[in-house]
Design a protein around this ligand. Structure first.
Ligand SMILES: Cc1ncc(COP(=O)(O)O)c(C=O)c1O
Ligand SMILES: N[C@@H](CCOP(=O)(O)O)C(=O)O
Length: 468
């Protein structure tokens, strides 16, 4: 399996190469050259696999030529061994035909662990094999950061620097990152928004001397391996609901468009997915796009669902590439126009193609609190604000006889203030995080300037490799 950039200039590369590269050299995102597809019989045969074996099977088609199936089975077994639920991603029927797919039973209590625990294993495997070291720089609105830190802490093969927007995560999210003591981890609070942090990572990739000097790598969902590792839970849920002999729909609370893109990728692989519904908070650029072809940037507004306080949804570029019939020049021109004007000119035909499959719903904070309360009062289901937005989007798009599976992306205890405000309940952190608020925090606060942050990353690598 080879990968090509959505902007066309980068040479085709293997799975192991793009795993370490993260972002393509031309600034585009890697995509598989062709979509691997399974036959109905092959899907049916996957029904009996354990979650780790299913994940290995799905990954094996994306890693073909790089990592073999037995190795992937070993890595997946390790990746999911620490999850607190035997089913890894259990399905809970919240209302008739409306299912919550709980993706928050990993160590950091958000869906990011589902992929990041596996990326930790994959990086370790490839870096050991190549006797190489890299530096991961990641941007987070709260959850990717702690998942990455947990997956890569203590590794002798890599240094990690995580940029979070100062004061814009929940206290639990920030402390999950900043209380980790391992020497290979650096946390930076950036004076800016998540979009600024994400742009900073992309600017570092564009700074070729810096990128090469530190061996820059990415674990945000700009890295295709993150998307690939998010596909198995959609497959698993669909198979449990009767696919491939029955259609299913998914609803996903959406920010950077990575999670829902994985569901869409599963459909490209032959899974019978009927509708994909996204839920957004007041940072609703994707909802405006899907309802009225208005992909215009506005300022990022803080909300009760801070992980989705995003305006530039990186992974939308992958869908755009596909809607433009995989024309990299058209994709590049559209992305450049978006950057220059703040408005993405998507032609009507491409927009209609997106609308055929995707629906969208926006909930502001007030509606999110009302949804959380109604879920708790009517079904006894305690949802975090992101999941509540997903459940509302799923309910709106439900069709008779078609199971609607909603990605429950975070544990309610990550957002205790919102949960308390909506329901009066104080969600308890699990025992392994019980001392979170008594641990010392360690992070630097820095201006949103490329040279300042690059220097901090350099200093971190020097200090860490010196002590290692
Ligand atoms: C809890 C939670 N829900 C939803 C999202 C949105 O997911 P995506 O960025 O993949 O669209 C995020 C952040 O990515 C998140 O952390
Ligand atoms: N909500 C995310 C934002 C980054 O998303 P990613 O999926 O691209 O890593 C976060 O919690 O950091």
């Amino acid at each position: 399996m080879l990968y090509r950039s959505t902007r066309g200039d980068a040479r085709p590369r293997s799975f192991s190469d793009i795993l370490l590269a993260g972002l393509a050299e031309d600034g585009g995102l890697y995509m598989p050259e062709t979509w691997p597809r399974f036959t109905p019989d092959e899907w049916r045969a996957m029904r009996s696999l354990s979650y780790p074996d299913l994940a290995a099977k799905i990954l094996s088609v994306f890693a073909a030529g790089s990592i073999d199936l037995p190795t992937l089975q070993r890595l997946c077994a390790k990746a999911y061994a620490g999850f607190s639920h035997a089913a890894i991603a259990p399905l809970v029927e919240v209302e008739n035909g409306l299912f919550s797919m709980e993706l928050f039973h990993g160590p950091t209590l958000a869906f990011k662990d589902m992929a990041m625990q596996l990326l930790g294993q994959l990086f370790e495997h490839v870096l050991t094999e190549r006797n190489q070291r890299v530096t991961i720089v990641g941007a987070t609105s709260g959850d990717t950061g702690s998942a990455a830190i947990e997956a890569f802490r203590g590794s002798p093969h890599l240094s990690v620097a995580i940029l979070h927007p100062m004061g814009r995560t929940s206290d639990v999210q920030r402390r999950q990152m900043t209380t980790v003591k391992d020497d290979n981890i650096l946390n930076i609070a950036v004076e800016g928004t998540f979009d600024d942090c994400q742009d900073m990572v992309k600017a570092m990739f564009a700074d070729t001397p810096f990128r090469d000097e530190i061996g820059l790598s990415a674990v945000n969902s700009i890295n295709w391996a993150r998307i690939a590792a998010q596909i198995p839970y959609y497959v698993r849920a669909a198979l449990m609901m009767g696919a491939p002999d029955r259609e299913i729909s998914f609803a996903v609370p959406t920010g950077n468009f990575g999670n829902v893109l994985a569901a869409w990728a599963a459909s490209q692989m032959g899974l019978p997915v009927r509708r994909l519904c996204i839920g957004s908070n007041r940072n609703d650029i994707l909802t405006r796009f899907l309802t009225s072809n208005d992909m215009s940037m506005r300022a990022v507004e803080p909300s009760l669902s801070p992980s989705m306080d995003i305006q530039v949804s990186s992974n939308f570029e992958r869908l755009l590439f596909e809607m433009l019939d995989r024309d990299p020049q058209a994709c590049q021109a559209t992305m450049l126009a978006f950057r220059q004007t703040g408005r993405m000119p998507v032609d009507q035909a491409a927009w209609m193609r997106a609308k055929e499959r995707f629906g969208a719903l926006m909930l502001d904070d007030e509606a999110t609190l009302a949804e959380m309360k109604a879920l708790y009062d009517n079904s006894g289901y305690l949802a975090d604000p992101h999941t509540a937005i997903g459940l509302a989007a799923g309910r709106k798009a439900q069709e008779p006889g078609i199971p609607m599976i909603v990605a429950a992306t975070a544990h309610p205890a990550k957002f205790p203030d919102a949960v308390r405000k909506a329901t009066g309940i104080d969600p308890a952190l699990p025992p392994h995080l019980a001392d979170l608020f008594s641990c010392e925090e360690r992070y630097e606060t820095l201006a949103n300037e490329l040279n300042i942050i690059e220097d901090a990353v350099r200093r971190h690598i020097k200090a860490h490799t010196h002590t290692a």
